[in-house]
Design a protein around this ligand. Structure first.
Ligand SMILES: *Cc1c(COP(=O)(O)O)cnc(C)c1O
Length: 413
């Protein structure tokens, strides 16, 4: 049985103070998981996880992860500004964006963040934007074709808009070196939300080999290899979680065989995980407000796709439990819906659940990443609050819910 981190007593207590719907985060779980990631890669002296801010751009969460030794992976101006306000600058920022506007490059350069270029033409574009070539620079690699592990297609980089081709990587490193760059990084993101332990090791081996080739042909100093994000979590009850220690160990083997063998044992590994760092440590707490029997049976919640978009746009599975009814038999077939005037606004379709009464607290699991952050205002819906279950046992609001005044704030009306 898949459980979430919060008990029904706690849900009742928190809901007594803050009305549903809200996203709830578990500080203890976040810290323990971050510590495991750091331990799994502790064999690499320069290892750093740069948390993908877009997954959960909340300053309190970012601060917690920064305290655990994480840097921040930003992709936009406002994400950079969040870091600045938290005093996170310099090498603690990785800027992995694409189709990048000039002002974003400028802001990143102002903060001294590490720029990870998404295209060969961005060398000139960046140089024009910021006026120079940073000494430390990274490029994102896209090998094209399919990304396979043991003959299984994991994803299709050939269809992805990101990164530079292999010949472009060589051209780019040559050009950047001529223009004065001194330390180089390589980055690739080749599969999304995979729970295969083999993903990072297979990706790492590809990038390590390319790093050796680039050093040999161009004579550049490779400072770091960035394995990016993509490490998944078991959203479904039958999925096995990633064993991050096993992953760290397999990456170490590839590192020893390829990089250390080539005399490149000083290369730092970095990662940019979002989902793996946060998804299981957040849930969306809602209340059942309607029950409807027509051609199917529906439970209507006080939350909607504006609070959690993944089921509506990707048909993503999120486990659902009913607070206080965890042990009750799942003998009712429901569609669990929000209130948008869109029939895809369903958190689940044909899901076996215990009987749900109006007023029950319905918990949507694993919303800690790409949950609140993908929220939007369609149908005039207002984004929900974010609450932190603190490691000392208390709880606090870390973002208030939007009000109608927020909705009107951009209008002169
Ligand atoms: C989204 C993203 C990440 C994080 O991805 P997860 O799957 O959440 O780990 C990391 N790097 C880049 C460049 C991204 O776009």
């Amino acid at each position: 049985m898949k459980k979430t981190f919060v008990t029904s007593d706690r849900v009742r207590e928190i809901t007594g103070k803050f009305p549903t719907p809200y996203h709830l985060y578990d500080e203890k779980g976040i810290r323990e998981n971050a510590a495991r990631v750091n331990e799994a890669f502790s064999w690499n002296a320069g290892f750093k996880e740069y948390f993908a801010v877009k997954a959960t751009p909340n300053p309190t969460i970012m601060k917690i992860l920064h305290e655990e030794g994480c840097g921040m992976d930003c992709s936009s101006l406002t994400e950079l500004m969040l870091c600045e306000r938290l005093g996170i600058t310099g090498d603690d920022i990785m800027f992995s964006s694409n189709d990048t506007p000039e002002k974003d490059f400028k802001y990143c350069a102002k903060l001294g963040g590490i720029i990870n270029l998404d295209d060969i033409t961005h060398i000139d574009f960046m140089e024009r934007s910021i006026g120079y070539i940073p000494e430390k620079i990274s490029c994102r690699y896209n090998p094209g074709g399919n990304f396979e592990i043991s003959n299984m297609i994991m994803d299709t980089p050939g269809e992805a808009k990101y990164g530079l081709t292999k010949p472009q990587m060589f051209q780019a490193f040559r050009l950047l070196k001529e223009k004065g760059a001194k330390e180089f990084g390589l980055h690739a993101f080749l599969a999304s939300n995979t729970v295969a332990n083999e993903y990072y090791p297979a990706l790492a081996a590809q990038l390590f080999r390319l790093a050796v080739e680039l050093r040999d042909e161009i004579g550049v100093h490779i400072g770091f290899v960035n394995l990016s994000g993509g490490v998944g979590i078991p959203y479904r009850p039958d999925q096995k979680p990633v064993d991050i220690y096993e992953v760290g160990e397999m990456v170490r083997k590839a590192y020893d065989q390829i990089l250390a063998q080539a005399g490149m044992g000083d290369v730092a590994i970095c990662t940019e995980m979002g989902r793996f760092m946060l998804a299981p440590y957040g849930c969306l707490v809602t209340t059942a407000i309607h029950k409807k029997h027509i051609h199917k049976d529906y439970i209507g919640l006080d939350a909607c796709a504006c609070d959690l978009m993944r089921p509506a746009i990707y048909g993503a599975y999120h486990h659902i439990s009913v607070s206080g009814k965890e042990e009750a038999p799942a003998d009712h077939l429901f569609d669990v819906t929000g209130s948008l005037c869109e029939n895809n606004d369903k958190f689940a379709a044909d899901r076996w659940l215990p009987d749900i009464d109006i007023g029950d607290h319905v918990i949507i699991h694993d919303t800690g990443a790409h949950g609140h952050s993908m929220g939007y205002n369609y149908n005039g819906k207002l984004r929900s609050a974010e609450i932190l279950l603190c490691k000392n046992g208390g709880f606090e609001m870390i973002r208030r819910a939007e009000t109608p005044e927020d909705y009107f704030a951009t209008l002169d009306f």
